[in-house]
Design a protein around this ligand. Structure first.
Ligand code: C2E
Ligand code: CA
Ligand code: CA
Ligand code: CA
Length: 275
């Protein structure tokens, strides 16, 4: 605050109260959303970088708010994490996604985002096992996406959970690679099957030489560890072409499809197959 006048202080207090109130309202709303079944999943395809064949779908949560309409996860996931609701929301998401995926063609996978906070739950691995059993989905068709921030806290415990999840036959992806504290050495110490290059490195392709160099380095090192590489946020055919040339395995982005409701998946599979 440049001015120390009383008016400025009041303005800030009012703004803080408003955001605190907004937060409380969101927290209450999230609790009710679970009871009233207001969450839903949209799905975005992951395609083969060379053939553009659909290999899987990522589940992305939305909240059908009674007054505000569809609310994006960026507006409620971090609140759910800090007020202890992410466990229940995460279990709902995992179950819904596995149940939805049962009706897709047999080889098509489903990717589900896990919050780092969910790793504090000692029942996480058991919950994954139970959902696979209930849904009857082949474990190989489930991928769990985690961000590198999960490795910052108690990485011994996280590592043990990751190994137990992998032992179920489920795949693990490192999401948003390159944005956090990542170091390529994580690729050696953690059992990832896939890494997803963050869309900030895709945005300026094919012209930005730094982005090209990063994609090349990630693909090169991943290859030596047998890890597959997905590029996120692919919006143009030039980006798609470049990423295929750089030997990325899979692509995801608005070029192929925005996230869509589960009901639209059969049609989308047909349309992309004909393209
Ligand atoms: P994310 O896991 O990195 O998901 C990709 C986000 O990028 C999605 O946003 C997707 O709609 C968007 N996106 C996809 N293709 C493009 C593109 O070509 N261009 C651009 N500009 N954006 C693209 P969304 O659905 O709003 O999700 C945002 C974040 O919220 C996700 O980032 C993820 O971190 C989190 N999230 C979503 N669903 C869940 C969930 O079920 N559980 C948890 N814990 N987090 C979730
Ligand atoms: Ca993700
Ligand atoms: Ca991502
Ligand atoms: Ca992200």
């Amino acid at each position: 605050a440049k001015s120390n006048g009383r008016g400025t202080v009041c303005f800030y207090e009012a703004a803080m109260n408003a955001s605190l109130q907004n937060r409380r309202a969101l927290e209450m709303g999230l609790r009710q959303a679970l009871v009233r079944d207001e969450f839903l999943l949209h799905y975005q395809p992951l395609v083969d970088a060379r053939t553009h064949e659909i290999l899987g779908f990522e589940a992305l949560i939305r909240w059908a708010h009674p007054e505000r309409g569809l609310v994006a996860p960026s507006e409620f996931i971090s609140i759910a994490e800090s007020c202890g609701l992410i466990g229940e929301i995460g279990r709902w998401t995992l179950r819904r996604a596995c149940l939805d995926a049962r009706s897709w063609p047999g080889q098509v996978k489903v990717a589900v985002n896990l919050s780092p906070v969910q790793f504090k739950d000692r029942q996480l691995v058991e919950a994954v096992r139970a959902v696979l059993e209930e849904s009857g989905l082949a474990p190989e068709r489930l991928e769990l996406e985690i961000t590198e921030s999960v490795l910052l806290h108690d990485s011994e415990a996280v590592l043990s959970s990751l190994h137990r999840i992998k032992a179920l036959g489920v795949q693990i992806s490192m999401d948003d690679f390159g944005t956090g504290y990542s170091s390529l050495s994580y690729l050696r110490s953690f059992p990832f099957d896939k890494i997803k290059i963050d869309r900030s490195f895709v945005r300026d392709l094919p012209h930005d030489t730094n982005s090209v160099a990063i994609v090349r380095a990630v693909v090169g090192l991943s290859g030596t560890f047998g890890i597959s590489v997905t590029a996120e946020g692919v919006e143009t055919s030039e980006q798609a072409r470049q990423l295929a040339l750089e030997d990325c395995d899979q692509l995801q982005g608005y070029l192929f499809s925005r996230p869509i409701p589960a009901a639209g998946i059969p049609e989308l599979i047909g349309r992309l197959a004909d393209a």
